[in-house]
Design a protein around this ligand. Structure first.
Ligand SMILES: [Zn+2]
Length: 190
């Protein structure tokens, strides 16, 4: 859900700093999520991923940057619980692993007509959703991205934009993918 993939002027605060105004998610839970993100990036040959909080942003916003920072807004911390936040940050982790920030920046310079393409932008969002979903399904866990979507729906994030597909289409995309895991997990849990 990268609203802005590149924003160098934004004030970034590491979660290592104390003084967070977290309501729904504790500092300890943020550290745990940060560790999962780093682990998932490492598995996928990316060793520079870090979770950052933009404490001055009360809107619901998350995005990934070329240098490996996954930035989440204070609004996200205040809105989502730890599992939903994990799902959202795993989606951003998917962008990192797929090297989307770099690709978007490159084609913005060399092929600007493509970076504005709705088809291309939606495709990278679908792929990031599947990355997050795969984390949960491969562990036979509930996919918390659905729970995050429910809250985004309430926050009027449901409509399609040039950069993001509608939530309905994102759900349909995940459902196509989850069928395999539902069968597999039923078998494992027998
Ligand atoms: Zn995204």
């Amino acid at each position: 859900m990268a609203k802005q993939l590149i924003n160098k002027n934004i004030l970034l605060l590491s979660i290592m700093l104390l003084g967070l105004q977290a309501v729904a998610v504790t500092h300890k839970e943020l550290i745990h999520i940060d560790n999962i993100i780093k682990e998932q990036c490492n598995i996928n040959m990316r060793d520079d991923c870090k979770l950052y909080i933009n404490k001055d942003d009360d809107s619901i916003n998350a995005y990934s940057l070329i240098d490996g920072r996954i930035v989440i807004s204070q609004g996200i911390i205040n809105t989502f619980n730890k599992n939903e936040l994990l799902a959202v940050t795993l989606h951003e982790c998917g962008h990192m692993v797929n090297r989307d920030p770099e690709t978007v920046a490159y084609i913005a310079v060399h092929y600007p007509h493509i970076v504005d393409s709705k088809y291309y932008r939606h495709k990278i969002e679908y792929k990031a959703d599947l990355f997050a979903s795969n984390y949960f399904y491969s562990r036979c866990q509930h996919n918390y991205i659905y729970d995050a979507f429910k809250k985004l729906n309430k926050a009027d994030w449901n409509k399609e934009s040039n950069t993001h597909p509608s939530l309905n289409n994102r759900i349909k995309n995940i459902q196509k993918y989850e069928k395999f895991y539902v069968t597999k997990c039923k078998y494992i849990n027998k």
